[in-house]
Design a binder for this molecule. Structure first.
Ligand SMILES: [Zn+2]
Ligand SMILES: [Zn+2]
Length: 348
């Protein structure tokens, strides 16, 4: 089969690899689509670790085409998405359902082969954990591949208690900031304010329903947020850009007792100065979020059809032979999300 291989930062190739066999407890997927994550780009830049020789790609949708002995509840031909987390099931985090924080977690696309290949062997542990989820019949698999990033956004929004009528400021309107916008809309958020320096992305934020779109290089972001929220600040703030300098200003945007979530990962080795009294006297919750729980994956794949503009999130599609270009287009900030597609696999 043809497979994308990560060798080292800056070097990704497409090569022949043996088609994976399916062992006891495993299933094999014919991959239909796998989208590229900002974290894949961070691996490519050398900011985050992945095993040399691994097949990248953790945002995966496909069709089950072989079933190992002992697997129940799945059948050949099933259209599925994965939660790519292989968790132990026994640590304190797993026991409370937070497998995304498992102390011995392994993840497809980083530690184990992922979805940028024609076939994917799904490890038995992942099958046993129930991390293979059926896709609704009317949801195309190239959209279903977005379940993983959308589940990460749902985790972020739920951590921030974003629901009907909630106000939200989103700092950074890359693909994930924009997914916060449309998913917050889908759950009934109130005023949504977006701050983003790139004009094309501000335009998309406007078109996708942001109430106020600001340019941090030109606009008084704090003043605009305060006047849009009667002086309170927004109920929640999500930082969706890995820029250290954006953090202190983002904290200033939240109302007292609001939540600031650092959704993005940041380049390592730098710190951020902020006034701890802003947190103390404001009783502000400053948090991070990364990936999502199994239950959030289950609910996300069920809600994806109702998310406005979700079919516009992928702007760059590549066949497997051009998978490396998926990285270069993201590095060049060309479009929004990149996707490696395997035409003809999806039965829909
Ligand atoms: Zn991802
Ligand atoms: Zn665990």
């Amino acid at each position: 089969m043809r497979a994308t291989i990560f060798h080292e930062p800056g070097r990704v190739t497409v090569e022949d690899r043996p088609q994976p066999a399916v062992g006891d407890g495993e299933v094999r997927l014919r991959v239909a689509a796998a989208s590229l994550c900002a974290s894949d780009v961070r691996v490519y830049r050398g900011e985050k670790h992945a095993a040399p020789g691994v097949v990248p790609g953790h945002e995966i949708a496909g069709v089950v085409d072989a079933i190992g002995a002992g697997v129940t509840g799945l059948a050949e031909g099933d259209r599925v998405i994965l939660c790519p987390i292989v968790a132990c099931g026994q640590c304190r985090f797993c026991l409370v359902g937070r497998r995304n924080r498992c102390v011995s977690r392994k993840t497809l696309g980083y530690d184990l082969d992922g979805g940028f290949a024609e076939w994917l062997r799904v490890p038995a542990e992942l099958v046993r954990l129930g991390h293979v989820f059926p896709v609704p019949a009317d949801l195309p698999l190239d959209l279903a591949a977005l379940t993983e990033p959308a589940a990460c956004v749902l985790n972020s929004l739920e951590l921030c208690a974003v629901g009907p009528g909630t106000s939200l400021a989103i700092v950074g309107a890359g693909p994930m900031g924009l997914m916060h916008l449309i998913m917050a809309r889908a759950v009934g958020a109130g005023t949504i304010i977006v701050s983003e320096p790139v004009p094309e992305r501000r335009e998309i934020a406007r078109r996708w329903g942001a109430d106020l779109v600001l340019d941090p290089a030109q606009d008084d972001v704090l003043g605009a947020v305060q006047s849009a929220t009667a002086g309170y600040g927004t109920d929640a703030v999500v930082v969706s850009v890995g820029v250290h300098a954006a953090v202190p200003g983002a904290i200033d945007l939240v109302r007292k007792q609001g939540v600031v979530n650092l959704f993005a990962g940041f380049p390592p080795g730098q710190t951020v100065p902020f006034d701890p009294n802003v947190i103390h006297y404001g009783e502000i919750v400053l948090s991070g979020s990364q990936n999502a729980t199994s239950d959030q994956y289950r609910r996300t794949v069920a809600m994806l059809r109702s998310v406005p503009h979700i079919d516009e999130v992928v702007t760059n599609r590549y066949g497997i032979e051009h998978a490396a270009e998926a990285y270069s287009s993201r590095l060049a900030l060309d479009g929004l999300k990149s996707l490696v597609a395997f035409p003809g696999v999806d039965a829909v």
